[in-house]
Design a protein around this ligand. Sequence first.
Ligand code: GDP
Ligand code: MG
Length: 600
Amino acid sequence: FPAENIRNFSIIAHVDHGKSTLADRLLELTGTISSNHLHQQVLDKLTVERERGITVKAQTCSMFYKYNNKNYLLNLIDTPGHVDFNYEVSRSLAACQGTILLVDSSQGIQAQTVANFFLAFNEGLTVIPVINKIDLPTAEPDRVINQIESTFELDVSDIALISAKSGIGVDKILPTVIEKIPPPSGDINKPLKAFLFDSWYDTYVGVVCIMAIVDGKLQKGDKIMSAYSEKKYEVVDIGIMHPEQVTTGYLHAGQVGYVICSMKVAAEAHIGDTFYHIKNPVEPLPGFEPAKSMVFAGVFPTDANEFNRLDESINKLTLNDASVSVQKETSTALGQGWRIGFLGTLHMDVFRQRLEEEHDANIIITRPTVPYKIIYRDGTSKLIRNPIEFPDSTEMQNKVSELQEPIIMATIILPEDYMGSIMDLCGSRRGEQLEYNYMDESRVMMKYCIPLAEIVTNFHDELKSKSSGYASFDYEDMGYQTSDIVKMNVLINKKPVDALAAILHQSQVAHVGREWAKKLSEVIPKQLYEVIIQTAVGGRVIARETISAMRKNVTAKCYGGDVTRKMKLLEKQKEGKKKMKMIGNIELPQKAFYDFLTKD
Ligand code: GDP
Ligand code: MG
């Protein structure tokens, strides 16, 4: 295929606006999959993705299409569908020359529509707006067309109105893609420049990379090098996704396909990396960033005997997900575990769900922490990902010049009626309003600067419930800002419980301190001794709760007599003890931690 007969494009949309449905229709229309095939959304492969209706791993697919008597190779590049993966979205877009901006005609522009549009705009892509779900009785296509025109200043004169579900209007999409999106501009005679924008781990063949060949030609047997790591690989298989892997033996400038090279772990496939022939280095593509975790949590097995088995499961999952970072961690309260870094809270939830469902794991996850930055007086700095790394008072006094926390810029789109309650929510989360604009008579787009720590603790759920589900939200990284943060300890009978410590902003200490002490007093069972629960910052106690003592006698219910029954109960009690942790002089069941950390 000469480059002028190739188009590389993607579909971007807010979640549920119909991206996967449209992708399936296009694959059917081009005969890439059959239409009576009992498939469901071919491009969403993981079960978690289907259940949650979001794309975690992007999937790319090549299609062949005849238009005006010419044969075209159309590469549909899928993008992940959640704010946690915005870096990966921007890299997928960097592999395209154009994109379809799909908007649900009953919902209108939502936060992710805006975020994705600007990612595409910044990559210099041709953006083709398309209105979806026109079959719905609640569709308001004219209103949405106005929103698109005023928000993005896009040409809407011949905008396509479609129903991806029923197929209405879908036949117009590919001709528009061919006419409006420019072909890739690479040069097959230049040295190889290959751009990696997706990868996954396959149990049989190892790491599968998806690359766009910017210049030159890549063939089976070629020796290539990563511009980022300078590691060398040999190509063992190469071809296109159609929709499964189809070997072609080579890919040339303008093409997109899979590359299998002697790469052992997914962590070596850095999204956004450039590859070249070993003897022919080239300037890498701009925009590369190594994966960076923004949310960290301690993960512990509820049963310590499960540690080794879980360690294996976690290794397997991280083989498949290069953006997860793992370190061993030991807690006095919860034993041996791991400190795991994620791109965001959804990423963390997906990981937890996969661990529980695919690996049958019983785990306790601590409250998520964002990476805080300590700036020292000598000018050096350090990121801390765990409250136990927080500097003590001596270090604070002698070495630390300031503490910083990560902040984000949030885009929130909502009906005007909910503005008041969402402004209150953002205010209570230390948000600062930057601006707000009316998108039409009744829809508002607000921009807020908010500390990331406030977003990772239930912000999204509260936003949804305070707006009856109508507000949508997306965010972008804004770096670090000086902040008045402290470490709050939880003490049980005067002993600090490491796994429950938290880094908080000074202004949140009073209410979180009270809430936690109360919640703990509800989940810790009565003991033989009185139990005192305190939350404290340094030596200052924030809140205190007391659980009165109780003499526990498990055989009391047996009304004498039945000895075997008594024995059984005692046996059970012994077993239960195995899952207890000694904190000072009291025994705490793992379940209390579990209940405390999961009930919000
Ligand atoms: P994605 O999150 O953008 O990939 O959205 P999906 O393709 O998964 O679609 C979300 C939901 O909208 C699914 O239940 C689809 O069946 C439905 N849907 C998609 N396109 C249409 C359409 O044109 N009309 C109607 N009525 N429903 C649609
Ligand atoms: Mg989808």
